[in-house]
Ligand binder design. Sequence first.
Ligand SMILES: Nc1nc2c(ncn2[C@@H]2O[C@H](COP(=O)(O)OP(=O)(O)OP(=O)(O)O)[C@@H](O)[C@H]2O)c(=O)[nH]1
Ligand SMILES: [Mg+2]
Length: 403
Amino acid sequence: MVGFLHSSGNNGDDLQEPKSPTRTNSNASNNAQTQRKKSTFLSPTQVATSLADMSEGKRRSSLVPETPESNKLRIVLIGGGGSGKTTLFKQRKLVLGGGFSEREYEQARLIVHTELLHVMYSLAYELYNGDFVSNENVKQIAHDFLKIVSEKCNHNEHALINCIEHIIEKSQLWKTFFTKEIFKQVMEFNPKFSSLFNFSVDPYFSEYDRVMHMDFKPLEKDHIVFQKKTTGIVESSFEYMNSFIVHLSITFRFDSGGQRNERKKWPNMFSQPVDSVWFVGSLSDFTKMCYENNTLNRFEDSLAVFSDWIDSNTTKNIRDFRLILTHADELEEMHISPETISFLKSNLIPHGNAKEIIDGITAKYQLLDKNNRLTQVSVINCTDTEQIRDYLTTTLNSIIDGR
Ligand SMILES: Nc1nc2c(ncn2[C@@H]2O[C@H](COP(=O)(O)OP(=O)(O)OP(=O)(O)O)[C@@H](O)[C@H]2O)c(=O)[nH]1
Ligand SMILES: [Mg+2]
């Protein structure tokens, strides 16, 4: 684990007050100033890494008690980081599993607050240290935010959540820098910034006022929408009744983190017979960079992983292999920048409208399926519970029928 502040030992008290906004690449003295500033705080990546372990832990729920092998259905979810595997997994619990426990709601509150702090911290850090030119007031407030977080956490990354009370006290002030517009501008100015987030940031802005309270009570949708990246393998089992066969126990079994360093764990998910593999890819990936490698586009990464797994020795005997393309809603609402258009062009993906892009992305995956292994391609919005209810029941019934 890393220390919350840089090992320089600077606790933020002796921070230089931010000067007038400067383009850090404009001259040598500005560069020197930026270098000095950059050593003041922990980087957002360090903060995010420390947060990832905080409230998830290793989860491995027990299997449904003794069920004949013939009545077990095992499904493995794989796919790139932030593609929506955990969201699907949680939706399953909501629509086919009795909902969330008190403990899970309490955990959701912690996740919402720590992740919100992570997004705010990352944006404040970029505004204060980065090349993005914001106005002086915005920069000053971003600096004040970083200073409070540093002081209250007292150099301890595990204590990030302890800042929340102090941050909440001035929640309206932070809205000066914490806006969707500023976030988008920074994202466009510095594409590498997107690598810090493997989740949709929109809810952090739209739900800000509701969640910025110490007594905030998470709703079902918070539990679905606010996620941490998964570390380790997660399993859960549930009973499923379909209209033809009375009781089936389905082990909707694995959800493994899709971050690159998590993938070495994937083969472990195939240690028992698997009935169906669901490869999850995000339709908005082409606008984002990978978490571990901020120069690698997530869409290219996802295609490479898909290509490896669709014809791998591990999966070649599994009859049912599905491609689930998520974030359809995000793609439809997306403002497509000129850089994104040139990326799509270079990948020969038509970009006239969202449908053309979806068709182009689907075709890219299908081209890699040289042996026609794909059973089905679906385009969904994982955050839409009703859509996922339909998707899960239809898909599970079809897997059962195909056995
Ligand atoms: N708008 C939208 N957001 C989605 C969709 N699917 C997932 N998300 C959001 O995308 C983010 C990442 O989703 P996760 O389910 O955590 O992704 P993951 O595949 O489990 O990621 P790793 O654990 O890192 O492998 C979360 O903020 C989700 O709320 C979708 O279809 N539409
Ligand atoms: Mg996950």
